[in-house]
Design a protein around this ligand. Structure first.
Ligand SMILES: Nc1nc2c(c(=O)[nH]1)N[C@H]1C(S)=C(S)[C@@H](COP(=O)(O)OP(=O)(O)OC[C@H]3O[C@@H](n4cnc5c(=O)[nH]c(N)nc54)[C@H](O)[C@@H]3O)O[C@H]1N2
Ligand SMILES: Nc1nc2c(c(=O)[nH]1)N[C@H]1C(S)=C(S)[C@@H](COP(=O)(O)OP(=O)(O)OC[C@H]3O[C@@H](n4cnc5c(=O)[nH]c(N)nc54)[C@H](O)[C@@H]3O)O[C@H]1N2
Ligand code: SF4
Ligand SMILES: [Mo]
Length: 709
């Protein structure tokens, strides 16, 4: 048979590389990237490059709808008709008996925009509950609030093109070499071609990113606000302020200045626990007004009980220096998942509505009630449950039906016993995934098989606001269907036929696109015809508009006054303390070759080779004090639970701190999931949990020594 090709956005990280797949007999024969296609221009990292292996066979795929008659039983295959009727009926029953807020949906930044739009419309508009949240709450919600507070709108001001013009790259709380590899390649190219360019990595660990940097700041975990204020204070003291920008385009500078001046340098230094020499070097790079500053940040800043303050502190620094809305500069929040940006545009967090609108705004609700042709007052003005409280409410019996789509919360939620207890207690659990088994699927009453990457068409927005259309070039296994189709069928059976009668994703895109008109994330000009031919960055307000590389170039912001806002965050330590019983700090994250809970990357031998098992990084001095040998299996015991991992003795981590990735759930082995140990305390404003810090002790016992893995 003749081979054909198709292109799609990589299903992994938020860099959003566009991949070309060559296909023969429904098998991928080649994965590549086109040199002239944005954003990756021919580059791919190993995860993207090995996508072919994910599709070698359909092992482990959820290929047919299944129903579990009773909890704990083996699910049995049913027809789509039966699964849809069963799901729609159970949701209606629970809604009638326990009220609208007994329903909740937990979704994902890996879903396409059309799907996120349709479930948001169904829940917030038609089922009238705002109980929708997504794994973006664990990921991007502090970044959303940071941008909102400073600029009056979510979304980065910047684009990848800025890398070609930046002089100082501040990478704080992000391990880009592992987690945004293609973007990091672009930074390294710029560093190699521009002798004055500098890379600064701020991370308690000497990561791969830090290895390639000019300066590494191994700060104490959680101390970013103090670090950023120290830099800002030192720059202020030498007069490094863009006075013109600050006067014309910002507010609250004097409160900010007074606050910085009131802080004591030695105290800040001791909070960060770093050598003052590091600060001097950074201040020197930033003291030159001609040096453009581009800051990249991700979970080291976001996953914290002071996540919003960390975001705000780094945006403050950019405002002070006037490094916003100009080429080569700006605070660039890295999106983790391929469409977490699109999900935010659609409003898939519990307080949002499409087009960067919010449920608490009367005009925003009224606009959508009109657009969706539903009675005034249909949309609840109160935000719904966020991720952690959603599972707590399920455990308490308040949320009765949980619809889990494209995420694996039985592994990835902090303090996982709580999400597992919620999934167990809920009367009705829908799991919509493309793999079976998964840890979360164990709790499902109904399993809905989703088509995955390459098996469906759809639209996604990457980290730089680039909206990209993906093709379908593979047939899904069995009866798996696109997520948008599954939602539209169930909505129709629930009685909303007129409003969910979509025949293809283009119809959904067209409805959604119109709702963004006149909003900060305007995609009105991105017609289906245009997206078939090219990718575009928003705002793109009309069909002739070329899209927008950089925002705020006229220094007009979306705040009431049109001016950017300085804030005065105050350093707070992490929620949990170390003490004599739990003497170590534990931070968690990722490795370059694995994706989250490993449903796909765990099946690719070329990717699993490097880190085949869960490991924990420990400093050599800590290891010898605790009689831990390299390669030995140890328990990490925390206040809520414990997990196993193999000790990796390394001086790349600070003393007193441990690091372990969260890629291994119970399917791998009971007790390897680090989230049995992590803390679900969250930022008071963004509600993003502190996955980056908790307290543990090490236990080496004979069982783990003998364990044969
Ligand atoms: N290979 C791979 N790539 C991925 C993913 C994946 O699973 N695998 N997932 C994607 C997703 S969804 C996301 S959200 C991103 C996440 O991308 P990153 O944020 O880069 O990933 P993490 O490893 O979670 O955390 C980054 C770093 O934060 C550091 N850190 C911990 N505490 C602190 C602190 O208090 N301050 C500072 N400054 N740093 C701290 C950690 O040591 C770690 O090196 O990656 C995306 N890309
Ligand atoms: N300790 C610790 N925990 C963390 C983090 C951390 O840094 N430390 N990071 C947090 C962050 S930032 C994130 S984003 C989360 C990620 O955590 P999860 O979202 O739970 O992780 P994934 O493994 O990506 O889960 C995605 C699921 O969707 C399925 N899937 C893939 N494609 C499709 C599709 O097209 N349709 C459907 N319906 N399903 C699909 C996959 O098979 C998989 O089961 O983890 C969070 N948890
Ligand atoms: S950098 Fe990210 S988007 Fe690009 S190929 Fe790798 S995982 Fe995929
Ligand atoms: Mo994420």
């Amino acid at each position: 048979m003749k081979s054909s090709t198709g292109k799609a956005v990589c299903p992994y990280c938020g860099v959003g590389c566009v991949i070309r797949a060559t296909v023969q007999d429904n098998k991928i024969t080649k994965i590549s990237a086109d040199d002239d296609v944005a954003p990756n221009f021919g580059m791919l990292c190993p995860k993207g490059a090995h996508l072919k292996q994910v599709f070698q066979n359909h092992d482990g795929r959820l290929a047919y709808p299944m129903i579990r008659e009773r909890k704990g039983e083996t699910p049995r295959q049913v027809s789509w008709e039966q699964a849809i009727a069963f799901t729609a009926n159970r949701l209606q029953e629970i809604r009638l008996e326990h009220g609208k807020d007994a329903l909740a949906l937990y979704g994902s930044g890996q879903l396409d925009t059309e799907t996120s739009y349709i479930f948001n419309k169904l829940f917030k508009g038609f089922l009238r509950t705002n109980n929708i949240d997504t794994n973006s709450r664990l990921c991007m919600s502090s970044a959303v609030v940071g941008y909102m507070q400073a600029f009056g709108s979510d979304g980065p001001p910047t684009c990848y093109d800025d890398i070609q013009y930046a002089d100082v790259f501040l990478i704080i709380g992000a391990n880009m070499a592992a987690n945004h590899p293609v973007l990091f390649q672009m930074i390294r190219k710029r560093r190699a071609s521009e002798p004055n360019a500098r890379i600064i990595a701020v991370d308690p660990r000497r990561t791969q990113t830090a290895e390639f940097s000019d300066v590494h700041v191994p700060l104490a975990p959680g101390s970013d606000v103090a670090f950023l204020q120290l830099i800002a204070k030192r720059l202020l003291a030498i007069g490094r302020v863009d006075r013109r920008f600050v006067q014309r385009n910002t507010e609250n500078f004097s409160a900010y200045k007074n606050h910085l001046e009131s802080l004591d340098e030695d105290t800040l230094l001791s909070i960060c626990d770093i050598h003052p020499g590091r600060i001097n070097e950074i201040v020197e790079f930033l003291s030159k007004p001609s040096n453009r500053l581009l800051t990249f940040y991700c979970q080291g800043t976001n996953q914290s009980t002071s996540g919003v303050d960390k975001n705000v502190a780094l945006i403050n620094l950019h405002l002070q220096l006037g490094e916003v809305g100009i080429r080569g500069a700006g605070p660039f929040s890295l999106t983790g998942q391929p469409n977490a940006m699109g999900g935010r545009e659609v409003g898939y967090l519990s307080h949002q509505l499409p087009g960067y609108r919010v449920v608490t705004n009367d005009m925003h609700r009224a606009y959508l009630e009109g657009a969706w042709r539903i009675p005034p007052g249909s949309i609840d003005p109160e935000p719904g449950l966020t991720a952690v409280p959603m599972f707590e409410a399920a455990e308490a019996g308040d949320v009765r039906a949980l619809w889990i789509v494209c995420t694996n919360p039985a592994v990835s939620m902090p303090d996982t016993k709580v999400s597992q207890a919620g999934l167990k207690r809920a009367d009705f659990v829908i799991v919509q995934d493309c793999y079976y088994p998964t840890e979360t699927a164990e709790y499902a009453d109904v399993l809905l098989p989703a088509a995955q990457w390459g098996e469906k068409r759809g639209t996604m927005t990457n980290s730089e606001r680039l909206v990209v259309r993906s093709d379908k070039f593979l047939d899904p296994p069995g009866e798996a269907k696109p997520d948008w189709w599954i939602f539209s069928q169930i909505a129709k059976v629930m009685g909303f036929k007129r409003d969910f009668d979509f025949h293809n994703h283009e119809e959904i895109w067209d409805e959604y696109r119109l709702l963004t008109a006149g909003t900060p994330c305007d995609q009105m000009g991105m017609t289906n015809e245009r997206l078939e031919k090219t990718s575009l960055r928003w705002p793109c307000p009309n069909p002739r508009h070329p899209g927008t590389l950089r925002r705020y170039t006229r220094r007009k912001f979306f705040t009431e006054s049109g001016k950017a806002q300085f804030k005065t965050p105050v350093y707070q330590p992490p929620d949990e303390n170390t003490d004599s019983e739990f003497p170590f700090g534990l931070t968690t994250g990722r490795v370059a070759s694995q994706w989250h809970t490993r449903t796909r990357t765990g099946k690719v031998p070329q990717l699993t080779r490097k880190d085949p098992e869960p490991f924990v990084e420990i400093h050599p001095d800590d290891a010898s004090e605790n009689e831990v040998e390299d390669g030995e299996w140890i328990y990490l015991v925390g206040r809520r639970g414990r997990c196993y991992a193999r000790a990796r003795v390394t001086d790349t981590i600070r003393r007193g701190l441990l690091f372990t990735p969260f890629h291994w759930g119970d399917l791998f082995h009971a007790e390897t999931n680090v989230n049995y140990v992590t803390n679900s305390a969250f930022d008071p404003v963004s509600k993003q949990p502190e996955l980056k810090f908790c307290a543990v002790r090490i236990e080496v016992d004979d069982v783990s020594k003998k364990r044969n893995w």
